[in-house]
Design a protein around this ligand. Structure first.
Ligand SMILES: NC(=O)c1ccc[n+]([C@@H]2O[C@H](COP(=O)([O-])OP(=O)(O)OC[C@H]3O[C@@H](n4cnc5c(N)ncnc54)[C@H](OP(=O)(O)O)[C@@H]3O)[C@@H](O)[C@H]2O)c1
Length: 214
């Protein structure tokens, strides 16, 4: 499978690219800084140079993919403008490119809280609104989407065990390594298409948790 991971140098993305490459997929990561290319190559991935904000279309990068993953983010220090151009605009551009090229499979990293951005405070409001709008745009696209909404991300080692639930409104944390493993698994499991699920650390092995999603 050829998978394009957008936000390819992100902390989840690099781990996901490594998992994909290790199982024999063509793991391509979109990055905007050439100096990050070596880190992708080190995990067996193919760096693709492009910019979610500056490029009018992502079609040149999506071309040839069997699936795309949105793993980019403007980051906690960013202002409202970049939440609009990255967290929302980048995800929308990826949806448009996938749709135009007939690349049906799209896995989105969203966030807990996106089901009700109005309940948040401070800079979380525009962030969660951008995530919610990006999710809605993808849902309305008719593509074969899966939306994963992790809780607070940590850099702890993965446990291989998670809680994945379509019962939205939870609050807990999850290691980025386990998020990457869930995304890699979801790409293989068609029953995750059309599912919005929150993801936390838990006690169910990742393969079982992903296969149980409906
Ligand atoms: N932090 C949390 O607790 C939390 C909770 C739930 C969900 N999330 C979401 O989880 C996702 C991944 O998180 P993470 O910690 O792995 O992310 P991360 O390490 O912050 O990586 C985000 C990546 O997006 C890239 N990016 C930003 N603007 C770009 C542009 N214009 N063109 C191309 N790439 C661009 C960044 O590249 P540069 O190096 O070029 O800036 C960076 O590599 C994000 O969508 C985030 O919103 C986070």
């Amino acid at each position: 499978m050829d998978v394009l991971v957008v936000g390819g140098h992100g902390k989840i993305a690099l781990q996901l690219l490594g998992l994909l490459a290790a199982r024999g997929d063509r793991a391509r990561g979109l990055i905007r800084k050439p100096e990050q290319a070596a880190d992708l190559e080190a995990v067996g991935a193919v760096p693709v140079l492009g910019d979610l904000e500056a490029d009018a279309s992502l079609e040149p990068y999506v071309k040839g993919a069997d699936a795309v993953v949105f793993a980019a983010g403007a980051g906690p220090g960013s202002g409202d403008a970049r939440k609009a151009t990255v967290d929302l605009g980048g995800a929308v551009k990826l949806t448009d490119a996938a749709k135009a090229l007939g690349v049906r499979r799209y896995v989105m990293i969203s966030s807990i809280g996106a089901q009700d951005p109005g309940a948040a405070t401070g800079s979380m409001v525009p962030y969660l609104k951008a995530k919610a709008d990006a999710d809605r745009y993808l849902i309305d696209s008719g593509l074969d989407w899966t939306i994963i909404r992790p809780g607070g991300l940590t850099d702890e080692p993965g446990t291989g065990r998670v809680r994945l639930t379509t019962d939205l409104g939870g609050r807990a944390s999850v290691p980025r390594a386990d998020v990457a493993a869930v995304l890699a698994e979801a790409l293989l499991v068609p029953s995750t298409i059309g599912v919005v699920a929150e993801l936390f650390t838990g006690d169910v092995p990742i393969g079982d948790a992903v296969r149980a999603l409906r």
